[in-house]
Ligand binder design. Structure first.
Ligand code: ADP
Ligand code: ADP
Ligand code: ZN
Length: 215
């Protein structure tokens, strides 16, 4: 078959970005992630939508969801251009899930299951390379030299929304809006539930097996 279309679901901090890199390396698919796309467009003028904030960044820094109209458009364009993809960070509510069902077909829907206490630790310790976007954790996957990217020597920074207060808000937005999305795919019998605890390599072994079973 052609390259697989993989949807990776899970709460903030579950390891979607980390595992997406493995999927990209193994299957040669495109990584489509609304979080990164929105971070590159934080200052975009969306005042014509007449919503709470005039830019995506306003919603993101508050830990709230960016309006569907903005996000759906990003995903539609990105998926049209991809020959196989791993989609991460979308859909985050039922309207987005229904929109996605209308524009593409999924081969694998995997849910990374991680307990709440661990999510807070993962998110508040996350560091991102300013230059290449590589992902680290101060304790769980530290760089060789503190604050410096192993890949490119760039500076490691904390995301604006990875502070404890915003993390708590994001987790409650997840409970309210995104949990129903998991149920949506579960009801269709499409969901592969992956234990997301343990080392990134252990999680990848489970996820890889699940993808192989479905493709
Ligand atoms: P998401 O994209 O789902 O928000 P990330 O992949 O960015 O999650 O991971 C969140 C943080 O947790 C990062 O700092 C990452 O290095 C770390 N991390 C990812 N997977 C694991 C794991 N299996 N065990 C411990 N820490 C992890
Ligand atoms: P995480 O890695 O913690 O899961 P993301 O990088 O996916 O976080 O998302 C960061 C922020 O970007 C979210 O808190 C939200 O404000 C916005 N965002 C990302 N994806 C979506 C989406 N599908 N719908 C609405 N907002 C989104
Ligand atoms: Zn880097």
């Amino acid at each position: 078959m052609s390259q697989p279309n993989v949807l990776l679901l899970g709460p903030p901090g579950a390891g979607k970005g980390t595992q997406s890199s493995n999927i990209v390396q193994t299957y040669g698919v495109e990584h489509v992630t609304t979080g990164d796309a929105l971070r590159s467009n934080k200052g975009m003028d969306i005042s014509d939508l007449d919503v709470e904030y005039d830019t995506p960044g306003g919603f993101m820094d508050a830990g709230e969801l960016v309006p569907n109209a903005v996000v759906n458009e990003i995903v539609k364009t990105a998926l049209r251009e991809a020959d196989g993809y791993v989609l991460d960070g979308y859909p985050r509510n039922l309207d987005q899930a229904e929109y996605l069902d209308g524009i593409t077909g999924l081969d694998v829907v995997a849910f990374l299951d991680v307990p709440r206490e661990e999510l807070v630790e993962r998110l508040t310790g996350r560091r991102i390379c300013d230059e290449c976007g590589a992902n680290y954790h101060v304790e769980f996957s530290p760089p060789e030299e503190a604050g410096v990217c192993d890949e490119c020597g760039g500076e490691l920074v904390q995301r604006d929304d990875d502070t404890e207060e915003t993390v708590r808000e994001r987790l409650s937005v997840y409970d309210e809006n995104t949990r129903p999305v998991i149920e949506h795919y579960d009801e269709q019998g499409e969901l592969s539930r992956i234990d997301g605890e343990g080392s990134p390599d252990e999680v990848w072994e489970r996820l890889h097996t699940a993808i192989e079973e479905r493709t």
